[in-house]
Design a protein around this ligand. Structure first.
Ligand code: NAG
Length: 198
């Protein structure tokens, strides 16, 4: 009896681990003159453990749109301590990822690898302590990075070097660094400052 209960419990917990769903409020919006964005604004998303895997996107798409049309993912004021695995399967074309104020603790190379087309990354006001080795190796399109107001105390050397399109890097209000850079010259100076301080 005890054994059956145990097996049942393991079964249930494995279902919980793997059945992460993201519920979206879909919005079409024009940002700037020519670009039309298709956004998923997360209305229900809760990620408290590091081993979760996305397996469904819920919500009613606009007209003929599908998940592949989503270029903007906004998760604001929801709890996302870790990015779930497998997001690229449902969100292959994200160029704008907005994770401000979600309690995000860790971001690593595998997480970033899920978003190869990313241009804008906003992770403002979170709990990140480290930017690990190779973090942006597969995000060559990145233009804007905002890590303002985290707890960063360690940055692996050269992680920004391959980002030739970078326009703006904001790492104000962190532990080892408190700076903002815009344009090639300032970014170069900031990278040198990071190498010394972090
Ligand atoms: C997140 O922060 C960035 C940088 O300040 C800002 O441009 C963006 O609008 C914020 N996102 C949301 C959804 O408030």
């Amino acid at each position: 009896m005890k054994l059956i209960f145990c097996i049942l419990l393991i079964k249930i917990s494995s279902i919980i681990v793997y059945s992460l769903k993201l519920t979206c409020d879909f919005k079409k919006s024009s940002l700037g003159k020519y670009q039309l964005h298709y956004k998923c604004i997360a209305t229900d998303f809760d990620v408290q453990s590091s081993s979760q895997e996305l397996n469904e996107i819920l919500g009613t798409h606009k007209e003929d749109k599908t998940n592949a049309d989503i270029d903007t993912l906004i998760i604001k004021d929801k709890i996302v301590k870790y990015l779930p695995k497998n997001m690229q399967q449902f969100l292959p074309n994200v160029i704008h990822l907005d994770l401000n104020n979600t309690g995000l603790k860790i971001i690593n190379r595998n997480d970033m690898e899920m978003f190869p087309k990313l241009k804008h990354l906003y992770i403002r006001h979170n709990h990140i302590e480290e930017l690990p080795y190779g973090l942006f190796d597969n995000n060559k399109q990145l233009q804007f990075i905002n890590l303002n107001d985290n707890k960063i105390k360690q940055i692996s050397p050269n992680i920004f070097d391959a980002l030739s399109r970078l326009v703006s890097l904001n790492i104000e209000r962190n532990i080892c660094i408190d700076s903002f850079a815009m344009g090639d010259d300032e970014i170069l100076k900031l990278k040198q400052q990071i190498q010394i301080q972090c």
